[in-house]
Write a protein that binds this ligand. Structure first.
Ligand code: G3H
Ligand code: ZN
Length: 306
């Protein structure tokens, strides 16, 4: 069923694990996340983004349908809107029935980020919806917004930001990137910063974006089926697992799932070029996505069985 995100955060904080949060934009991905949560008896966040809004064409109807699936599930689930860049987008996400919305004001200066997040929080809270904000910023592409350099979250600013903006959870920049960057090895995570932010905020939910690790094996598997995916690097699963033991209690992870989904379709097309029933290959894609989410739940964020 749909569960109160505050309760799920509290349990994750208390028991030192994190919740995996995955973007979905079609029935297969939605069912994959729900299927993973049920199979692992794990709580999870189902997310939609601005890109998904466009993709599904009728956003409010998609949300209504998604909620029916989530309510019917045996797993504890939350419906969250990822990366809204404007107050209006947040407000319409609240109106559409999200339980939690992210306002990404990370590209603004500190005071503007606070003021805009406050506006979002006032409207959301009046409707029983919680707000995720972001302080610091990640390199990489996120829904058409590109940032070149990381601005790591300054621990000395975090408490003032939370207090004045009214946000209920906070995304921090500590080394992860959106979609990875070119390089030969996993990126280092600034674990001392994670610990310091955890220390200053106390029992407060922190969020890690860019939580996919882009293991080279996943890219190689896709390319072995004819893909030409560039090798990109991000923080390792081990570092994300470690951060999940501190204050990080939501980890957004997409591109690894997307790679698995695409690899499954590529493999089917290569092996069975005569078959054209979409249900045949979308079943495999859905299963591959679900398997990857289950792996994250069990081996990375440690939410299985919670
Ligand atoms: O908001 C979405 C996430 O930050 C996804 O990042 O694609 O690197 O997993 P990722
Ligand atoms: Zn993100």
């Amino acid at each position: 069923p749909l569960r109160d995100p505050k309760e799920l955060y509290a349990d994750a904080l208390k028991n030192h694990y994190a919740l995996i949060a995955c973007n979905v934009a079609d029935m297969e991905m939605l069912q994959a996340v729900i299927g993973a949560a049920e199979a692992e008896r794990s709580p999870a966040f189902v997310m939609v983004s601005m890109g998904a809004r466009k993709y599904v064409k009728d956003f409010p109807k998609f949300i209504q349908a998604a909620k029916l699936y989530l309510e019917d599930s045996s797993a504890p689930l939350v419906l969250h809107h990822d990366h809204c860049q404007t107050v209006e987008d947040c407000n319409s996400a609240v109106d559409a029935g999200m339980q939690s919305v992210m306002f990404d004001g990370s590209h603004h200066d500190f005071e503007t980020n606070i003021a805009l997040t406050r506006q979002v929080a006032d409207y959301a809270h009046a409707h029983g919806v919680i707000v995720e904000a972001e302080l610091g910023s990640l390199p990489g592409f996120e829904d058409e917004v590109f940032a070149e350099n990381a601005v790591y979250t300054d621990p000395s600013k975090v408490c003032e930001f939370i207090e004045r903006s009214g946000c209920d959870s906070l995304a921090i920049a500590v080394g992860t990137t959106h979609g990875g960057v070119k390089g030969d090895d996993y990126l280092p995570m600034d674990m001392e910063r994670v610990k310091e932010i955890t220390r200053v905020v106390g029992d407060y939910p922190l969020v890690l974006h860019g939580g996919a690790s882009l293991p080279p094996e996943l890219i190689a598997a896709c390319n072995a089926e004819g893909g030409q995916v560039e090798y990109m690097r991000n923080c390792s699963e081990a570092s994300i697992a470690e951060a999940s033991k501190y204050g990080v209690c939501k980890v957004n992870s997409d591109v690894d799932n997307f790679l698995c989904y695409t690899t499954a379709i590529r493999k089917f097309f290569r092996e069975s070029p005569a078959v054209y029933d979409p249900r045949k290959y979308l079943t495999l894609a859905r299963d591959a996505f679900q398997k990857e989410v289950q792996h994250k739940m069990r081996n990375v964020v440690n939410s299985a069985g919670r």
